[in-house]
Design a protein around this ligand. Sequence first.
Ligand code: HEC
Ligand code: HEC
Length: 503
Amino acid sequence: MNYPFWDEPMGYGVLMAVIAVFHVFVSHFAIGGGLYMVVSERIARKAGDTKRLKFIEKLSKFFVLVTLVAGALTGVGIWFVIGLINPAATEALIHNYVWGWATEWTFFVVEIASAILYFYGWKRMAARDHMIIGWIYFVFAWLSLVVINGIITFMLTPGQWLATGDFWDGFFNPTYWPSLVMRTGVCGMLAGLYALLVASRIEPGDFKARMVRYSAGWGIVGLVVTAVCEYWYWKAIPAAVVEKALQIMPTPIHSIEYSVWLAMGIGALLVVFGVLAPRKLSSPAAALLMVLGLVWFGCFEWFRESIRKPYVITGYMYGNGVELAKADRYKKEGYLAQLAFKTGDDGADLFRHACRSCHTLDGYKALKPAFDGTDRAFIAAIIRSAHLLRGNMPQFLGKPEEAEKIADYLYQRMDKRPLDEVYGLQGVELGRKAYALRCGKCHVLGAASDKSKSFAGQSADDLNSMLNAAADMGEGMPAYTGGAKERAGLVAFLEQLGKGVKK
Ligand code: HEC
Ligand code: HEC
């Protein structure tokens, strides 16, 4: 915790997603586009096909602009953002991979320079020279993926690096190869999809049919490579990581299951238009394909980022920048003792460093809805038990009195009226809300740690005694501290759960 905290209102997750999603799309486009252009240029020149050459020239304008402007700007943007939102993790990545980054930047400079020359050279260079430049553009764009892929995959599966600290162990980690081949397939697929979009606007005729068929071929080959490698990638992730994610964060895992359907849909559309009816491809259909392709790829990236929780670098650093190796020191000396920059408001500082990198008070992953209408003691208990909650959170490593300070800070900002008044609820509905806030954070109905069965056949008295003994029911389970009205509602709701009426 050697850095001050940047208190931006949007929520780190949102900010990162906005810029990273854009960058990831653009950078894969740029690589695939490079290959598409040189290969197509060669085919066109061999056949003396000037129409096709014109088509590629038109495409190159977009690809080059995208690489130069959007790719470079968002790439630098990512550095700004990660440096601000997780300086500790950024520092770790730089320390371990400084030569990797330097290599990647060198490749990127060559990529940029050759992209400019390629675009400039259409009318001013001999065919052979122009194609050589095109190949240099593609190869160096792809090489930058070769390098950066080692660092991105390292964050999810550092493999032997955790034991050896060796550059190459971290670089060629368990998901390196599947990810590299898969991303190469994505590059090809996205390039094909974009070319389809442009081809869909050509006036109807033989030439359009030819370009649509050809570009759909790129999409299909890219999709097949990607689909096979996605399975390979999935198998390369340590079973324990997937297991844990399935229990506490089922949504991203399901998203990857749904994405299989999405991929099949894209494949079907590509076959329909590319093979069966290339003349019929309209711009809206091509745009739909493009959107589906991006959504599909977005699902994969979301999945990859999500299953890494609670870590930013698996097994090495938590999402809030705390190194696992320092966990004992945090517990012994306390959290505050580790902070180099303090504002004087301990509760605020602790909240920022321990929670705020993943949560906001009332925006992204908001804590107000989680705590409004509850009480200070409950909030403190939840902080101490953060690692037990659904969602895969890091353990709170501070001293118990520091958890109290965060609880104070949060409680001051919550709605302090009783739960029934906050939400205007009565009876069983009030109980359902109480369950969601006070129990469901750990016992998700129908999923992780569901305790519904324990309530079967219990009377209201039994359930009341259970709530009295809540703090003794499990290590880390909070005492029940809700008011009388809320408690009556909760008991009614639990009775109903026990009867299996509402599960
Ligand atoms: C590394 C990121 C991370 C950190 C740090 C973190 N959380 Fe979380 N927290 C999550 C995620 C992810 C979830 C699941 C949220 C979801 O599914 O929308 C979650 C869920 C929660 C929930 C449950 C919300 C609900 O109603 O179900 C609470 C309460 C919570 N966190 C409080 C805290 C507090 C207090 C801290 C600081 C001591 C903290 N978190 C630190 C990531 C984090
Ligand atoms: C911070 C997390 C947390 C919260 C919140 C929480 N529990 Fe628990 N609960 C646990 C843990 C941990 C255990 C013990 C391990 C286990 O059985 O899974 C447990 C166990 C239980 C058990 C099983 C006890 C047994 O002997 O079989 C029941 C029933 C239960 N909780 C009900 C509740 C109810 C009702 C609420 C809300 C008022 C609640 N819990 C809130 C963490 C929590």
